[in-house]
Ligand binder design. Structure first.
Ligand SMILES: [Zn+2]
Length: 216
């Protein structure tokens, strides 16, 4: 899909100006555009008159055909599954991970997970267990959510980095050894049975339902 140019009114000074939206981005053929999206360059409107900068959210399909994933970002909705017809060529669909997200944080997280060749179902389970442990320790401030951010290789070995978020604030990142991820992977059985066919929200709710054997 081609970019769409829209007229947007600055919420601060009322100045009307053009803003370009990208309804879909193919990261494997346009890596520069994908990077620009991830750093906020395609979702920030800076008013040409008063300098006010605001974030603009709109539906967007982010696909990486080489790394075999496609994430549909649908803000202002809360459905758990979406059928998107003919957005990807049929021959590319086998093995493609299709995900639905409703927040910009979730979109970025899915992209980071799949780019690092990780499995988001394991990541969700690990996040759940980190939050549970923090709860047991009565940690303050207690985050509302954790977001996977990075696969880190250092002299201490390989580790996964999670960024906790509370309200609008991102808290001190949490580092976990890669072995924890591998251990969880070995302990998970039932979730591999539950297929993901359409664009689906895969979060802790999905993983919990799958591990209880509830097939949607
Ligand atoms: Zn303005």
């Amino acid at each position: 899909m081609k970019p769409i140019v829209k007229t947007i009114t600055c919420p601060k000074c009322g100045k009307k100006q053009y803003f370009t939206m990208y309804p879909s981005i193919n990261a494997s053929s346009h890596p520069g555009l994908a990077e620009k999206y991830l750093t906020g360059g395609l979702t920030t409107l800076t008013c040409e008159k008063c300098g006010f900068a605001g974030n603009i959210e709109y539906p967007m399909l982010y696909s990486d055909l080489k790394k075999k994933f496609s994430v549909f970002f649908a803000p202002d909705r809360d459905d758990r599954e979406a059928k998107l017809m003919n957005v990807l060529p049929a021959h590319l669909l086998p093995g493609m991970q299709l995900r639905l997200v409703h927040s910009a944080d979730d979109l970025r997280e899915k992209i980071f997970i799949f780019r690092d060749h990780l499995d988001d179902r394991i990541v969700e389970t690990e996040k759940d267990s980190i939050l549970r442990e923090m709860g047991v320790r009565h940690e303050q401030p207690f985050p509302e959510n954790l977001y996977y951010a990075q696969d880190l290789f250092s002299c201490e070995g390989r580790s996964l980095i999670f960024v906790p978020k509370r309200g609008d604030a991102y808290l001190e990142p949490i580092k976990t050894p890669f072995e924890t991820y591998e251990k969880i992977k070995m302990l998970m059985h039932d979730i591999w049975e539950r297929p993901v066919e359409d664009y689906t929200v895969v979060d802790s709710t999905w993983v919990q339902a799958a591990s209880l054997g509830e097939h949607a």
